[in-house]
Design a protein around this ligand. Structure first.
Ligand SMILES: NC(=O)c1ccc[n+]([C@@H]2O[C@H](COP(=O)([O-])OP(=O)(O)OC[C@H]3O[C@@H](n4cnc5c(N)ncnc54)[C@H](OP(=O)(O)O)[C@@H]3O)[C@@H](O)[C@H]2O)c1
Length: 339
């Protein structure tokens, strides 16, 4: 008898369920739910994120969709807009072709279930040779338009977007959600030496609140006069404590965090084991020696390599790796479900 490993059986089971759900979504409205479009699915995700933010997340798989007024509506599973993969919202094996399934699969872990009330998600868009910008600091754009939209979506799903001082110095970004529906997050800038000039957009415009994180030993900047809130955390030889930053943000109700870059900042958060998820989008381009993405202390034994569980998504010409660290913290094994 040919043995079937439990893992293979599970994968097949999910594939069958995904195909069945897709068939259901394509049926006529009289027989089932009508097929939602992409903006409706995005609106559903925003509503789910709002529930998570207010401390009342959708915790267990169920049939959900939006009613005509855009309110969350509980319906029988077969009429809902979510894939009918009971208990498996976070399973990484289901990969339907349907673009809507991809949208749900990518963002649901941030919107439903036990981990959605607080998360720390990092993101970097990098070249094949591991750079996030050219040596000059130019980084617009390493990745394609799909990934830029993805970053705006991540901002919309988060309470706060966190970036390092060099990103503000080089890019002068707005850090808003102007490419997608959804509220702009609070902007958190890590500037230990208060070296940033006060004419940067995040300090001048009123598109979102801005918090400036600096050292307890630092001086008082002129930004405070402009309504920018100053947060002071302890530092050790210039390195601000990441756990202390997270505590200060949580005290202000900011617990769904998107760390958008650059490489130095994301690497500090990764070293501090602060991430629940990390998105690395790899673009098929070579930048040569530039500004590196992740940079960690060396290892000498391959057994010490960091191997978080991962899902892969196509993003235009780029490939998005969605790493989850939750399994490792819970003592689970890491798996690449897509290979
Ligand atoms: N492709 C992408 O995904 C992406 C995303 C964002 C930015 N970028 C590009 O990347 C470049 C900037 O990235 P980068 O890696 O050079 O720098 P960065 O991460 O933007 O900023 C690093 C700086 O932020 C401060 N900082 C951050 N965390 C800190 C901590 N825990 N403790 C103390 N200080 C902390 C330090 O400021 P001090 O230097 O004052 O000590 C540090 O040098 C730019 O060229 C930008 O265009 C690319």
């Amino acid at each position: 008898m040919i043995g079937v490993s439990p893992k293979t059986a599970v994968v097949e089971d999910f594939a069958v369920r995904a195909a069945a759900t897709e068939r259901l979504l394509k049926q006529a409205p009289s027989q089932s739910s009508r097929v939602p479009n992409e903006s409706e699915i995005w609106a559903l995700l925003l509503e789910l994120a709002k529930r998570a933010r207010t401390g009342n997340p959708v915790a267990t798989p169920c049939g959900l969709r939006l009613d005509d007024l855009g309110r969350l509506e509980s319906v029988p599973a077969e009429r809902g807009w979510l894939p009918e993969t009971a208990q498996t919202w976070f399973d990484t094996s289901v990969r339907g072709d349907h673009e809507l399934f991809r949208l749900l699969e990518l963002y649901l872990p941030l919107c439903v279930g036990p981990g959605c009330q607080r998360f720390v998600l990092g993101h970097l868009g990098q070249s094949l040779d591991g750079q996030i910008a050219a040596a000059s600091g130019a980084s617009r754009y390493v990745t394609g338009p799909e990934n830029i939209r993805h970053m705006h979506r991540l901002r919309a799903l988060s309470d706060a977007v966190v970036v390092g001082a060099s990103t503000i110095a080089f890019d002068d970004p707005e850090l808003t959600t102007r490419l997608v529906p959804g509220q702009s997050p609070v902007r958190v800038i890590i500037d230990p030496q208060l070296r940033l000039s006060h004419d940067r957009r995040v300090f001048c415009d009123d598109r979102a609140r801005t918090l400036l994180v600096t050292s307890t030993n630092g001086r008082t900047p002129c930004h405070t006069a402009r309504g920018v809130e100053l947060i002071r955390v302890p530092d050790a030889e210039g390195l601000l404590s990441v756990p202390a930053i997270l505590t200060e943000l949580a005290r202000r109700g900011l617990e769904r965090l998107f760390v958008e870059g650059g490489g130095v900042t994301v690497s500090h958060f990764l070293s501090a084991q602060a991430f629940t998820r990390l998105h690395i989008t790899v673009s098929p381009v070579f930048l040569g020696a530039g500004r590196p993405g992740i940079s960690l202390p060396p290892i000498h034994d391959m057994n010490d390599a960091l191997r978080p569980s991962v899902r892969r998504f196509d993003s235009g010409n780029d490939v998005l790796f969605d790493f989850s660290f939750a399994d490792q913290r819970q003592g689970g094994t890491s798996q690449n479900h897509q290979t």
